[in-house]
Design a protein around this ligand. Structure first.
Ligand code: BGC
Length: 234
């Protein structure tokens, strides 16, 4: 594809603690510095849209928008938002943001976008994100298996992956214990999915302090923005 100015994409990553944006060129290379604002509290739709609009104003020209959202998304409509606010359930984010920015908008789950930015496209590839929540995405030969929500699945001691490994747990039990839990989670996921590759992303991935097997890679959090280009590859 020609690197045409008309193909600039504003990539947005809505997180439980920060809203981040950056502009990508036609082939997905960043052309602006990432900008970030704290996620408004309460994290209801309109204040978050306002944050995106004000961040977008710092990014220069763009022609289309990709959004990573921390919950299940169907056709631009957000279905769950455990770490934001229940007002997101059934909210048409793609349409609302498109009205505010006057640009076409596509929305996908945040972990799916991390994955789209990271995978090799071969075999079984699992992506988990460690941030406010616990995100997950599964790809088979580059094709996404939709709506995998491992974060809310039972992991151990009567708690979910997110309850054991989300940011609140990390702050409560400290890095050492959290890393031991992560090691157990990797063993459990490896035996369940028999993945060829596991990618670990999200804002807290930098705290991973384990000897990782060769098929496990830590990916930078900016992947959650870079993967946004894939939503326009059709
Ligand atoms: C949500 C997922 C999301 C993850 C990371 C979880 O609580 O249910 O959809 O990917 O947090 O933001």
């Amino acid at each position: 594809m020609e690197n045409n100015q008309n193909n600039r994409t504003l990539a947005v990553d809505i997180g439980g603690s920060g809203v981040k944006v950056m502009v990508l060129d036609a082939i997905g290379n960043p052309i602006t510095e990432r900008a970030r604002q704290e996620t408004p509290k309460p994290a209801k739709p309109q204040p978050i849209i306002n944050a995106i609009v004000s961040l977008a104003a710092t990014q220069g020209e763009f022609h289309r928008v990709s959004v990573g959202f921390p919950g299940v998304v169907h056709n631009g409509v957000t279905q769950t938002a455990v770490n934001l606010d229940s007002d997101w359930i059934g909210f048409d984010l793609a349409t609302a943001l498109s009205k505010n920015l006057q640009r076409p908008v596509r929305v996908a789950n945040d972990a799916d976008i991390q994955g789209l930015g990271a995978i090799a496209g071969k075999g079984v590839e699992l992506v988990v994100t460690l941030g406010t929540g616990f995100g997950s995405a599964l790809f088979v030969d580059g094709k996404l298996v939709p709506n995998l929500e491992m974060g809310h699945h039972r992991f151990r001691k009567g708690e979910s992956y997110e309850e054991q490994l989300g940011r609140a747990a990390l702050e409560k039990v400290g890095e050492k214990k959290w890393n031991r839990r992560l090691e157990k989670a990797m063993a459990s996921l490896q035996s369940l999915f028999n993945y060829n590759y596991l990618y670990i992303g999200g804002g807290e991935a930098k705290k991973v302090n384990l000897d990782l097997p060769q098929n496990v890679k830590i990916i930078p959090n900016v992947t959650g923005l870079l993967g946004g280009i894939a939503l326009w590859r059709d």
